[in-house]
Design a protein around this ligand. Structure first.
Ligand code: FAD
Length: 420
């Protein structure tokens, strides 16, 4: 290892930036940090759900150059092209970078092609461009309903998707949006999923909340239907059932955004990691926090926790100490519905069972909390303000006084509003 270790971080998303800023905070000047990104901007993905309803995509971007310069992090713009783990070298946009520690945080991508016709016939939710397209189609459907058509909007979570929550947000938001336009009774809303329960990863309490919300809002829900193929106007499921639609909205199957030759990965390219440190199996100094790694649920909040654990592990090795913490998968999310929001805090346990890869921990007790209230919309707004503030300043999400204040606020709110 060099006297001043070279730490290279791949990916300028949640896990990459949190790792970089947390490492700088922990190590001050004791390491050279390099951030590699194929995009000059960070995208605040969770808030792209507002784009179909009019939010400006540009408002969700944070240029990386400013925060990187503030924290003396070298920014290399370009796509990762290859890794030579034996030589501790990564190739980016035609140039080689040597490292002592490597953090792989290149995230996930979509593979709608796994289901015949999905890419051609569905609006999918992943990039801001797709969200703009969805907004256009929703407006067309609403305009048709206003002049007498009775359209069906079909929502679908197919097998292979690793983050179902946002699609549930979209269906609930669409319901409120139509109701506020006086069009709700003219549009049939149907939600279909391969899951055994709604938002299966987050356990029985979330299922109960969604079941009640669907019933109250007249949304037809179908569980355990695995999308097999799509053609114009019809979604076909395994075992011969089908649904007709005027608009199909789907969150496609996930794959890793980048494949790394020679590294152990699952069948979708997600890198095999040790549970607590997110260190790669078989590689002492390579880590994979966030969507790029093999944690079965892909979520920004979990990406932050993983990045913090990675930064702790690397900082401890550089400083010759022991890590101050490891990854404890307690997920937290606030789901938008426009008229209210749902909060969930879910301590998770990995099972190794592909049909139920995570369950709520049996000993979760009072830590498994779910609540529904208009006040949670404020929680979502606060998170939406807090995160850009931290990242623009080159500071990690989970550190220092501001996070302790946010955390206290969320705990206080959840003690009152999420006791289920
Ligand atoms: C619509 C939607 C809503 C969501 N809502 C929520 C929510 O409410 N709460 C929540 O916790 N999570 C939510 N998520 C999930 C969350 O956004 C992801 O889990 C999170 O972005 C993962 O962070 P990451 O850093 O691992 O990956 P990303 O944020 O995807 O970052 C990956 C980075 O790697 C870069 N990259 C990719 N390929 C290369 C390459 N070849 N070379 C160089 N750089 C590369 C990308 O440009 C990007 O900067 C949502 C996701 C979507 C799509």
């Amino acid at each position: 290892m060099s006297a001043r270790p070279r730490i290279v971080i791949l990916g300028g998303g949640f896990a990459g930036l949190e790792s970089a800023f947390y490492l700088r905070t922990k190590l001050d000047g004791r390491a050279d940090l390099t951030l590699v990104s194929d995009s000059p901007q960070f995208l605040f993905k969770p808030n792209t759900i507002y784009i179909p309803f009019g939010a400006d995509p540009a408002s969700l971007l944070i240029p990386l150059a400013g925060p990187a310069a503030k924290r003396e992090i070298r920014l290399v713009e370009g796509a990762v092209e290859g890794l030579d783990a034996d030589a501790s070298r990564i190739r980016v946009a035609g140039k080689d970078l040597d490292y002592d520690f490597l953090v792989i945080a290149t995230g996930a991508a979509m593979r709608p092609q796994e289901i015949s016709g999905l890419a051609e016939h569905a609006e999918t939710i992943w990039t801001p461009t797709q969200m703009v397209s969805l907004g256009k189609r929703l407006n067309e459907v609403a305009a048709g309903a206003a002049v007498g058509s009775e359209p069906t909007i079909l929502f679908n979570v197919p097998p292979g998707n690793k983050c179902a929550g946002p699609l549930y947000e979209i269906v609930l938001m669409v319901e409120t949006w139509l109701r506020r336009r006086g069009l709700r009774d003219r549009v049939r809303l149907v939600h279909t999923t391969y899951e055994d329960t709604y938002i299966q990863a987050f356990g029985p309490k979330l299922h109960g909340v969604v079941t009640a919300e669907f019933a109250e809002r007249g949304i037809e829900g179908r569980l355990r239907v695995r999308l097999a193929s799509v053609d114009a106007g019809t979604a076909r499921f395994e075992h011969r059932s089908s649904e007709s639609f005027d608009l199909l909205v789907s969150f496609p199957p996930y794959i890793a955004a980048v494949t790394y030759d020679g590294l152990l990965a699952d069948d979708r390219g997600f890198l095999a990691t040790e549970p607590g440190s997110r260190r790669l199996v078989g590689h002492e100094r390579i880590y994979a926090p966030g969507d790029a790694g093999d944690f079965p649920v892909k979520q920004a909040f979990l990406a932050f926790l993983q990045a913090d654990a990675v930064a702790e592990a690397i900082a401890a090795e550089v400083a010759g100490t022991v890590p101050a913490g490891s990854f404890d998968p307690v997920s937290m999310c606030v789901m938008e519905e426009f008229d209210k929001a749902t909060f969930a805090q879910v301590p998770l346990e990995v099972t190794g069972n592909p049909d139920h890869p995570v369950v709520v921990r049996a000993d979760a007790d009072g830590r498994y909390r779910v609540g529904v209230s208009p006040a949670w919309r404020l929680g979502k707004k606060l998170l939406g303000l807090y995160l850009p503030l931290r990242f623009r300043a080159g500071l990690p999400f989970h550190a220092g006084l501001p996070w302790r204040a946010m955390d206290l606020g969320l705990r206080g709110m959840s003690a009152v509003l999420a006791r289920r």
